[in-house]
Ligand binder design. Structure first.
Ligand SMILES: [Zn+2]
Length: 453
């Protein structure tokens, strides 16, 4: 169908509701070609405006800035003064929820709640205003454009986060799905039946782009391969919201015959960075976020560190210096052949909650288990560290799984975590999908905030 009626519908919707997704998309498509200095300048001005607003209207920040002697205007001349502001953690958000909301009643009216999934079983509830949501949508669509997609072209999602099960049937969501020409299958409930229905829809509507969690994309790719659906192909596949392991990237790209785009974002912050068509790393969306990568509280430069993000658009509930609990590294002095000067980062590292701990005090990236992906006899697997001495390996078996492979898995775990570790095998029929609809391969329960150490 011609894209025109759909675009008209979005324009009409925006006119009625005051939303600004299309304007933000135009803006981001333009600013991505600015020079590095122009981008940093734009970012600094947005950051300054947010900080002034937070000091003026958000009780938590008003008190905090006074307490630590931080003045928003200082960032205009010296960005390092930002480091006076203590890191915002999930625990602080839970304890100070009301004080983190804007006192500006007009803006409060445009706000709606969202929750993060997360593997800890303790979802974070936060509020987002409509301007933030429009920037989040615009940023996703800018990134789709990097794969050659144009507004109005059909695309498909395997998603849970932005398409809540309970709201997915609402008229507004149906209308937006039609207007943006997208369809979605719910990652919360990926079953044979739902994937079969989704495959039928894909055949019928022929989307060029598929967007989803790496684990969900992988599951759908497995399904497509198992059923020999060789005609299900995409030009580009966007993997977002969790770490994309190399083995997953290769398998998904191979099955669907398309280019893979790794995208990094979270529910509470929206898009943070994304791979462009040159596939040399992830460009940070610095018009929307101010990102710091810190090691022991200091800039990590090109080294791996904790990712700390300030979202520049959510005035309703500002997240300033928020610890995402992910790790990454800047690509210092990297110039991308695409010509965009948005800074580049690498995210080839697991979420911190997925780092395992050892008796001798090491933290081991849970990704060491990724070769078990695609191992003969293993349909799906999950490693759960219960304690420093106890790991549970959950495996959904194929017919071919034999003792030798189990020994191999046990050896791998012991090599990574130590000989003291007792590996217990469980063979469930299915591995549960966690709250957000993501599978987790490597879970360290020692990090559970409420677990006893
Ligand atoms: Zn690029």
């Amino acid at each position: 169908m011609n894209a025109f009626p759909r675009l008209q519908a979005i324009r009409l919707y925006q006119k009625v509701t005051g939303r600004r997704f299309l304007e933000h998309l135009d803006e981001l498509n333009r600013t991505q070609w600015l020079s590095r200095d122009e981008l940093l300048n734009l970012q600094c001005n947005k950051l300054h405006r947010l900080l002034e607003y937070a000091y003026e209207h958000v009780p938590y920040y008003h008190r905090l800035f006074d307490r630590v002697g931080f003045r928003p205007a200082d960032v205009l001349t010296d960005l390092t003064t930002m480091r006076k502001i203590p890191i915002l953690t999930k625990a602080i958000i839970r304890e100070n929820f009301d004080d983190l909301l804007t006192a500006d009643l007009q803006r409060r009216k445009q706000m709606s709640p969202l929750t993060t999934g997360g593997s800890t079983g303790h979802p974070l509830i936060f509020m987002q205003d409509s301007n933030f949501r429009d920037y989040v949508t615009a940023d996703i669509h800018r990134h789709l454009g990097w794969a050659g997609w144009q507004l109005g072209q059909v695309h498909a999602y395997i998603w849970g986060a932005n398409f809540e099960a309970k709201t997915s049937q609402s008229i507004r969501v149906k209308l937006m799905n039609w207007a943006l020409n997208r369809f979605v299958t719910n990652a919360y409930v990926l079953s044979e039946q739902s994937m079969s229905a989704f495959a039928t829809q894909v055949r019928h509507r022929r989307p060029r782009i598929l967007f989803g969690y790496p684990s969900s994309l992988y599951r759908f790719a497995e399904f497509v391969r198992e059923h020999g659906f060789d005609d299900i192909k995409f030009d580009a596949i966007f993997a977002s919201a969790e770490v994309l392991y190399p083995a997953q990237r290769q398998f998904i790209g191979e099955v669907f015959g398309g280019r893979m785009f790794n995208r990094y974002g979270t529910r509470e912050l929206g898009g943070i960075s994304c791979e462009c068509e040159a596939h040399t790393g992830l460009h940070a969306s610095i018009e929307d976020v101010y990102i710091e990568i810190l090691k022991d509280g200091q800039p990590a430069k090109a080294k791996v560190g904790d990712i700390i993000v300030t979202n520049l658009n959510n005035y309703g509930m500002p997240f300033i210096r928020y610890s995402v609990e992910d790790m990454g590294a800047w690509r210092v002095e990297a110039h991308c052949p695409c010509g965009r000067e948005l800074p580049m980062m690498d995210l080839a590292l697991a979420r911190r909650v997925d780092m395992f701990k050892t008796r001798d005090g090491r933290s081991v990236w849970g990704g060491f288990a990724s070769p078990m992906f695609g191992m003969k006899g293993v349909k799906r697997f999950q490693l759960v560290q219960k304690s420093l001495d106890h790991v549970v390996a959950r495996i959904v078996k194929d017919a071919d799984l034999d003792e030798a492979r189990l020994s191999e898995i046990e050896r791998t775990v012991k090599m990574a975590l130590g000989d003291n570790v007792n590996v217990e095998f469980e063979f469930p029929d299915e591995i549960a999908v966690y709250g957000s609809g993501k599978y987790r391969y490597a879970i360290c329960e020692i990090d559970e905030p409420h677990a006893r150490l």
